[in-house]
Design a protein around this ligand. Structure first.
Ligand code: NAD
Ligand code: MG
Length: 388
């Protein structure tokens, strides 16, 4: 029987990015109404999206972009807002689902604003859970609204848990592509270029997460994300390098049964599932042919070379604001790498040094999170200046 899904309303935070544009592809296919769009700045793409989807509100984060965006949309009647407070207000507009597809810890407060307004959240923005996982889970519970993960691994775990609420999770198998530098030694990593780092073998994504995939920090952030989302210990999460990105992750139960989700690597599948959950609808994604794939391989990650993954384990073991320090260091180091200020191998070094040097607190509030984030970024920026 066809599902009547076309009356759904969505807000998309970070609509011009990789996840944002793919979310709009899903909206276009199923006729979802888009209530609000947000992006960092005013761009041709944001204007085009606004003209196509006619949202009520368009919010730009960068205050300098406000006048330009307002002028671009002057003939449309669309309300234009700007800044962080406006981003949170946008997340709180009543809708069936807020898709959080912004990049970085800036996504935390809008996630909380959405949940506190009783909006369901489709969460791609993993930094939200890494830095403010406890706050987000508390807001989810107190407001009695769902967070549905969009990150492909967490969507796979979420799907593998469906129908199993009575059953204890023995272990989560978190798969990793291994990134472009799988098998490299520390020495080899010293010579890699930005172009190589930004060339992911299986997924086409934004520049920050593509860099995180190359350092394996992405898997570190996802390990913390899994601990937060599924209430397991870090020891229960096993990272497995699976070069083909076909098994998107799995859950092992007490009886030894392992239930996983497979599919082609295409983010539109988990994005659409977040919106249609618990139902499934036809999609425009390619179907999986196991004959075409042929072989699935599974290997261990080299955490001595890819130190970011080991640092993420250390941070979640410490708890409190330690994951925020890790994340802040990484955001600052990756931004410097993408600006051409530091070579690739320095990202891991800076993250390790920052995690060892910057204080963290056991207490987790928005205040302590912001303080830890600021301290980590300042530490990394100073270290980079020293090295210049
Ligand atoms: P992206 O860089 O392609 O897009 C980011 C979006 O956020 C853009 O619309 C940009 O304008 C907006 N933005 C950037 N900085 C901002 C700021 N300071 N304030 C407000 N908005 C800002 O990123 P992406 O690859 O789409 O990733 C988005 C999030 O989803 C990340 O947390 C990433 O880890 C996660 N994710 C992405 C993928 C993927 O396939 N791209 C897969 C899994 C998870
Ligand atoms: Mg992922």
């Amino acid at each position: 029987m066809p599902v009547n899904d076309e009356n759904k309303t969505l807000t998309i935070l970070g609509s011009t990015g990789s996840i944002g544009t793919q979310t709009l592809d899903v909206c276009r296919m199923h006729g979802y109404k888009v209530k609000a769009l947000t992006a960092n700045s005013s761009t041709d793409l944001l204007e085009k999206q606004a003209r196509e989807f006619h949202p009520e509100t368009v919010c730009v984060m960068n205050e300098g972009a406000y006048a330009d965006m307002k002028e671009r949309l002057a003939d449309t009647g669309i309300k234009v807002t700007c800044g962080k407070e406006a981003l949170c207000e946008t997340a709180a507009i009543p809708v069936d689902m807020v898709i959080n597809a912004v990049v970085g810890m800036v996504g935390l407060e809008p996630t909380l604003a959405a949940l506190n307004a009783h909006n369901r959240v489709g969460l791609a923005n993993k930094e939200t859970l890494v830095t403010g996982g406890e706050l987000v889970k508390a807001a989810e519970k107190s407001n009695n609204v769902d967070i549905v993960p969009i990150d492909s691994e967490h969507s796979a775990i979420f799907q593998s848990l469906m129908g199993n609420s009575q059953n204890k999770i023995e272990k989560i198998i978190l798969t990793a592509s291994g990134g472009p530098f799988f098998g490299y030694t520390k020495d080899m990593l010293r010579g890699v270029t930005m172009e190589q780092a930004l060339h992911h073998p299986n997924w086409s994504m934004g520049r920050k997460i593509t860099t995180d995939s190359a350092t394996l920090m992405n898997k570190g952030l996802e390990l913390i994300e899994a601990v937060r989302l599924f209430d397991v210990t870090p020891e229960q999460v096993e990272v497995v390098v699976h070069r083909q990105s076909i098994l998107h992750s799995a859950v092992e139960y007490e009886d030894g049964a392992v239930i996983g989700q497979l599919g082609v690597p295409d983010m539109k599948i988990p994005i659409q599932f977040a919106v249609t959950y618990p139902r499934r609808l036809p999609s425009c994604s390619r179907k999986l042919s196991l004959f075409d794939v042929g072989t699935l391989t599974f290997e261990r990650a080299d955490e001595e070379t890819f130190v970011c993954l080991a640092e993420a384990r250390g941070a979640i073991a410490k708890g409190g604001t330690a994951p925020t320090v890790l994340n802040g260091a990484n955001e600052a180091a990756v931004a410097a790498f993408l600006d051409g200020k530091i070579p690739f191998y320095r990202i891991g070094e800076l993250v390790s040094a920052c995690c060892a040097a910057v204080r963290y607190t056991a207490e987790v509030t928005l205040g302590t999170i912001n303080d830890a984030d600021r301290a980590a970024r300042e530490y990394v920026d100073k270290e980079i200046q020293k090295g210049e």
